[in-house]
Design a protein around this ligand. Sequence first.
Ligand SMILES: [Zn+2]
Length: 312
Amino acid sequence: MPKPPQTTSRSTADHHRRRRLIALAAGAVVAFGSVAIVAVSVGSAGAWDPQQLEQGATAEKPKMELEAQARAAAAVMAERKEEVKAENAAIDQVIQQSGIVSQAGPENKEVALTFDDGPSSFTGGILDTLKKYHASATFFTLGNQIDSFPLPMQRAVAEGHAVGNHTWDHQDLTRLGPKDISGEMADQSSAVTGKGLPAPKLFRPPYGAVNDQVVAEARRAGMLTVLWSVDTNDYKLPSPEAMAADVIANVQPGAIVLMHDGGGDRTTTSAALPMMIKGLRKAGYKMVTVPQLLLDNPPAVDQNGVSRTPVA
Ligand SMILES: [Zn+2]
């Protein structure tokens, strides 16, 4: 099983509240820092230091890129408003039916590629591949990764991918009480909406570990619990060729494919992706987001609530 990114362990709702306070305090420090920089600039008006300017420009570049991607994401969200409405209605329908899905219906030859445990340093490369091959995907992200990797989050939305909830810090929710389960979900959603991105409507439980309480808490938060029908076992590091071939051999229309873009070295997954996309396309499959998949291929009402392979 992939090792989730480690942060401070915590198991109580109080800990959630403490973390939020720390985040607020950090924000205040950043804001204060900005004010201080402005004051220094004004104070030293007239001084011209090309080296300082160069350093400033370098530091500004990632910030400008992030702002540009955030603007692009906001524009795409506005543009896709009606589509998203239809997708959300399709998701709500499945929430009402069963609250959980591992495979969509077979109407159209579509599959959903999904990536768990990011965003990470591998997500950008995966987004590059998806862009190059015009494929869409769904990212089930961890709340505690979002501040470290905000750029791929914004990019994913700007490039038409879906962002789901994979909890704050990858705990086995079947070992937690309802308050902590809902805290894990709510903290991740807050981290996403805090970046100006839409609140996740899809939830994937860490390790695929679900029980009725987990599904009920996700439903209460307006989210559909999404498992998978094809497991790439990418955490076992097969060869990229074998991984791609395995997926191509095992998909069916409506399949949901489990991969990882975080939680460890994802070189294999990144290398397998172009082969996988090309092979799936050759077999006539379209790669869509999970919301699109559910809209185009309504799933069967009765779906097994227990994960077949508990390793998300
Ligand atoms: Zn996971």
